[in-house]
Design a protein around this ligand. Structure first.
Ligand code: GLP
Length: 241
């Protein structure tokens, strides 16, 4: 696990942006795994700027997002579909038919999980997977206790996750109770993984990620088993290391 401590959030975002651009520029048909949440917002802004300055093109890029809330349609401002449109896809030259986010509002979620996996399989392995880190150690929406061998599945959200994400909603009652997420095994099949963590609220989780034991109680701990992981932190997130 390669750990990079950046001076601040802007540097973290810039560092992550460079890793994404390298992946895009070194692959004919790059496949990116993308994350939502507040942490990668700066990276997306930096990518849009790089696109505007013609340092990168997304025209041959395919993307698969990690997760989506169950019950929120594409147009819902709190859906991760909407997040991705607003934070990246609408502002770059990506083929919108090549951007995939798990569907949150189908009739048959189990089938949707299988279809999502199959679609990923058709595109080959993910070249670079971006991850955030939940305060409880979740990656994607794989909450503590999720077996390491899971593939894309439906999960009940932890109360701590609903509380942490309530800031985006009018009230905690509006935060969905379930989500669809790539599984831990799915994530681990990516060729390269970059995990971003920023701010004081992540410092305990970061310490446990770096120094703690490998256990399903802290899903991100699985990353020690992967041979190409870069953890990018700002000083606050790294302050207990
Ligand atoms: C959310 C998302 C994760 C994200 C994490 C951290 O619930 N499902 O993919 O990485 O929690 O979010 P944030 O970056 O806003 O702290």
């Amino acid at each position: 696990m390669n750990i990079i401590v950046c001076q601040n959030y802007d540097h973290l975002s810039d560092y992550a942006k460079d890793l994404v651009i390298n992946t895009i520029n070194n692959n004919d048909k790059p496949v990116l795994g993308l994350a939502t949440g507040s942490t990668p917002e700066g990276m997306y802004q930096a990518l849009i700027k790089a696109y505007q300055e013609k340092h990168v093109s997304f025209k041959d890029v395919t993307t698969f997002n990690l997760d989506e809330y169950i019950g929120l349609g594409k147009e819902d401002p709190n859906s991760y579909h909407h997040f991705m449109d607003e934070h990246l896809f609408n502002y770059v030259d990506i083929d919108q038919n090549e951007t995939f986010v798990p569907p949150g509002n189908t009739d048959n979620h189990e089938q949707a999980c299988l279809d999502y996996e199959q679609n990923m399989h058709r595109h080959g392995d993910i070249d670079l997977q971006v991850l955030g880190l939940g305060v409880n150690g979740h990656i994607g929406f794989n909450e503590p206790g999720t077996p390491f061998d899971t593939r894309t599945h439906v999960i009940e959200l932890d109360e701590s996750t609903r509380v942490a994400n309530a800031r985006f909603f009018d009230s905690i009652d509006d935060v969905p109770t379930h989500a669809i997420t790539m599984g831990i095994e799915t994530i681990m099949e990516s060729k390269q993984i970059v995990l971003l963590a920023s701010g004081d609220s992540k410092k305990e989780a970061v310490q446990r990620l770096v120094n703690g034991e490998e256990t399903p109680d802290f899903p991100a701990s699985i990353l020690h088993r992967h041979n190409n992981v870069t953890v990018i932190l700002d000083r606050d997130a790294a302050s207990l290391l």
